[in-house]
Design a protein around this ligand. Structure first.
Ligand code: BTN
Length: 261
């Protein structure tokens, strides 16, 4: 017997189609991974941007080799994007994860009044626990898949121990997946425009939402490990870490905060 809860709210496909941002909209009851479906749409030259939402994923992917665990009530979607059509250069792709995380923070504020924060490069935390994650892939040059998982109405009974220990959701706030998604699309559209224009409002917003500044962090990137005091974000979105009396810029890796494994 399934242990899943009923999906808490039904997504309004026609309202999402009305969003000026999306040229193609797909809503699925179940998919392996919305990122994989976005890759298929890119391969078949669908009109972009395309939004793909799934009530549930059977093989949701996280960063690296991680799986993305989510029960019913979570918001899981991907956007397939033609980067050049949005005026984005390859050099700007690095800031895209921060732009996405900032848009999630804005959607949470708009729909619940709560102040979430960005854990560089692309996690969103609420009260120190993981609320949302972002997985960006580029299946071919100039095409991007932005995958987003937000814990909206889902709870964590039945979740793996590491998820229960670290995750949180917006359950009890009264918001819905539809409201969070609509607010995200609007905020993301605006942040993409800022990114393409080199508008400093984007990095200012990311800096304001950065939860790592002033903390002792450890950055792991393959075999490399750096521990030091986080000095915030550089103009280009790099994480600044001070160690051995020098501040250096880092562009990739996984962060553990002091006390985390
Ligand atoms: C992470 O925190 O490791 C990133 C998680 C990204 C999860 C989302 S859910 C929608 C999209 N489809 C996937 O398979 N993954 C992303």
């Amino acid at each position: 017997m399934s242990t899943r809860h009923a999906v808490s709210d039904t997504l309004d496909e026609s309202a999402l189609r009305d969003s000026p941002f999306c040229q193609t909209v797909e809503i699925h009851a179940e998919l392996g991974s919305t990122n994989d479906r976005a890759r298929e749409l890119i391969a078949t030259e669908a009109t972009l941007p395309a939004l793909i939402v799934a009530d549930r994923q059977t093989a949701g992917r996280g960063r690296g080799a991680n799986r993305w665990w989510a029960s019913d009530g979570a918001l899981t979607f991907s956007i397939a994007l033609d980067a050049a059509a949005r005026g984005l250069t390859t050099a700007q792709h690095g800031l895209l994860s921060l732009a996405t995380a900032v848009a999630i923070v804005e959607a949470v504020r708009t729909t619940t009044g709560r102040a979430a924060g960005v854990k560089w490069p692309n996690d969103v935390l609420l009260a120190g626990r993981k609320l949302a994650g972002v997985l960006i892939e580029s299946p071919r040059p100039g095409r991007l898949v932005i995958g987003v998982g937000v814990n909206v109405a889902n709870r964590f009974d039945g979740a793996p121990d590491d998820v229960r220990a670290r995750a949180t959701s917006l359950a009890g706030s009264g918001t819905t997946r539809q409201a969070v998604l609509a607010a995200f699309l609007s905020a993301f559209d605006a942040r993409l425009t800022q990114l393409a224009a080199g508008d400093p409002q984007l990095i200012d917003a990311a800096r304001a939402a950065c939860v790592l500044k002033g903390e002792i962090v450890t950055l792991r990137d393959g075999e490399r490990e750096t521990t030091g005091a986080c000095r915030g974000l550089a103009e280009d979105g790099a994480l600044l870490i001070e160690s051995d009396a020098k501040v250096a810029s880092y562009y990739a890796g996984v962060i553990a905060r002091s006390g985390e494994r």
